[in-house]
Ligand binder design. Structure first.
Ligand code: ATP
Ligand code: MG
Length: 509
């Protein structure tokens, strides 16, 4: 692409009536040590269509996306874009029109919105004039996808949703033909998802081919024209959305029926954790609640209501100005995660890959990390002990990995999340705080994790379940706290908690 192109967006093709194939993958195979990630997969992307790429954790979705983005070359098979073969060269993939938004965001936080949109395309030979042209392009793209943002704001100050829109703006300003999005909605609130989908629909209308990965089937049915399902690296099939319903898609994905979790009657015991009048300036306002042994308390609210911040304060990651946290009647010193852990608090954070995993360490070490202090009181943890603990938890969660010895960073996104869960299960805390535990986790594994949470509660663990998914809150919890703007706006019994009551307290309570 040259900067001599018009500054506008005219280069994007008009809608064709017959969907035109832009990208074609034929017989694509890709293996990693010990894993056949893709096995002879055929796939195509068509102009003016959204293709949802679905499959369980580790099915090969991100690998296929990385091949389309030019990060890897296939071991065999070929990917072409408008007839031109793709090679392992991300810049070249970009040039022929594939823009990719990966599972982890890629903005440079210290640079402005404009600079991020123009990233990698600074004028070298063209000088000042092209800089102007680039700025205009950035402006046009931003006006299309995120008119509420300012070109000169540092990207690091934006919400995850806005950062994502910036990545899309970048794709558009490059006149991309294909926009590939790997789980773009995982950190977005419902209104932000609506906005993203409006943008996607606009781009579809302009003739872009869009690939979309999501574990939320409701979203898939809202936005996709076609669905391609992978299972264990193999293509299960591609079908128009009109021929499918959720059950059919789930059967294609997991090859079996998925059971609904049914909340069981459990004895609810003594108060395990009592949070009293917790406040932190501009973040949390006078938060009080308790969680009892065997009780699953839901914490609902919109993204940004302060739920993750509350978890961070309870766990000692963030300080608080006033109030207290008690476990079994003894107060837990603030701002000290080690004390929180010793007191019996476990936290599975929302941003698991960034906050919780040590990418370069093995799966095994990541699982046993939370046991290190116990280990030292035994004197040592033999490699055999470590391995047997890790293997037990890995099995109980169905973590897909060639062995417990591989680096955790080589696992698929969803499987990395399960490793963090496994760590806390290994430790058996008195209270387990789960922040969006099934985010990024496939439907089959979701129901397994729900079963597991119930089992832990039956064993007497207190559970605080933070979730933005109403179905998860409604089906899993004994009681629901709703947060809004740093306060608890409602405490609802199971009978009082409905989608309507929760949403009304989450938005206006
Ligand atoms: N760089 C790598 N090194 C080794 N193995 C890898 C690497 N990347 C992916 N894999 C393996 O390839 C398989 C497919 O992984 P991939 O990330 O494509 O899955 P996915 O469908 O995106 O899953 P998720 O829904 O969990 O994100 C997994 O078994 C994973 O462990
Ligand atoms: Mg993935």
């Amino acid at each position: 692409m040259t900067v001599a192109d018009s500054a506008g967006l005219t280069a994007i093709a008009a809608v064709a009536h017959e969907p035109r194939q832009i990208l074609l993958a034929r017989g694509v195979t890709k293996s990693f040590p010990g894993v056949l990630a893709l096995d002879n997969v055929d796939f195509d992307v068509r102009a003016g269509e959204v293709t949802a790429l679905l499959g369980e954790n580790g099915a090969g979705k991100s690998t296929l996306i990385k091949l389309m983005a030019g990060f890897y070359t296939p071991d065999s098979g070929e990917i072409t874009v408008n007839g031109v073969a793709l090679h392992a060269d991300p810049a070249a993939a970009h040039r022929i029109g594939v823009a990719t938004i990966h599972q982890d965001a890629h903005l440079v936080p210290a640079m402005t919105v404009a600079e991020n949109i123009m990233l990698g395309r600074w004028p070298s030979r063209y000088g000042w004039l092209s800089m102007q042209a680039q700025r205009q392009k950035a402006h046009a793209a931003l006006a299309l996808v995120a008119p509420h943002l300012n070109l000169s704001t540092p990207a690091g100050r934006l919400s995850p949703a806005d950062q994502q829109l910036i990545e899309i703006a970048r794709a558009i300003s490059e006149d991309s033909k294909i926009l590939v999005m790997d789980e773009p909605t995982t950190s977005l609130s419902p209104p932000e998802i609506d906005r993203l989908f409006n943008v996607v629909n606009d781009l579809k209308g302009k003739g872009l081919g869009i690939v979309f990965v999501s574990h939320w089937l409701e979203e898939v049915f809202r936005i996709a024209d076609r669905v391609t399902v992978l299972r264990d690296g193999r293509l299960v099939g591609t079908k128009p959305i009109g021929e499918l319903d959720q059950d059919k898609v789930i059967r294609m994905m997991v090859g079996r029926e998925v059971r609904e979790t049914v909340l069981t009657e459990r004895p609810i015991g003594d108060v395990v954790m009592r949070v009293s009048n917790l406040s932190r300036e501009n973040v949390l306002n006078d938060i009080s609640f308790e969680v009892r042994a065997g009780e699953i308390v839901g914490m609902a609210g919109l993204v940004g209501a302060g739920r993750s911040e509350l978890a961070a304060c309870i766990f000692g990651i963030d300080p608080y100005d006033s109030g207290s946290v008690e476990i079994g009647g003894t107060s837990v010193p603030p701002s000290d995660p080690r004390s929180a852990i010793e007191a019996g608090i476990g936290l599975v954070p929302e941003d698991r890959r960034r906050q919780a995993l040590v990418g370069l360490m093995s799966v095994k070490s990541n699982v046993t990390l939370s046991l290190l202090d116990r280990v030292s009181s035994w004197g040592f943890l033999s490699s055999a002990q470590e391995e047997s603990i890790a293997n037990r938890e890995i099995r109980s969660l169905g973590v897909k990995t060639p062995s417990s010895k591989v680096r955790v960073s080589t696992l698929s996104g969803g499987n990395q999340q399960k490793v963090v869960l496994a760590r806390w299960l290994a430790r058996r805390p008195k209270i387990l705080i789960l922040d969006e535990p099934t985010k990024g986790i496939d439907v089959g594994a979701k129901s397994e994790i729900s079963e597991l949470i119930l089992r832990l509660a039956e064993e007497g663990m207190a559970i605080l379940l933070i979730s933005s998914e109403l179905p998860e809150i409604l089906s899993m919890t004994d009681r629901v706290l709703v947060m809004r703007a740093g306060r608890i706006s409602a405490s609802l019994t199971r009978e009082q908690a409905t989608g309507e009551t929760i949403m009304s307290y989450a938005t206006t309570g």
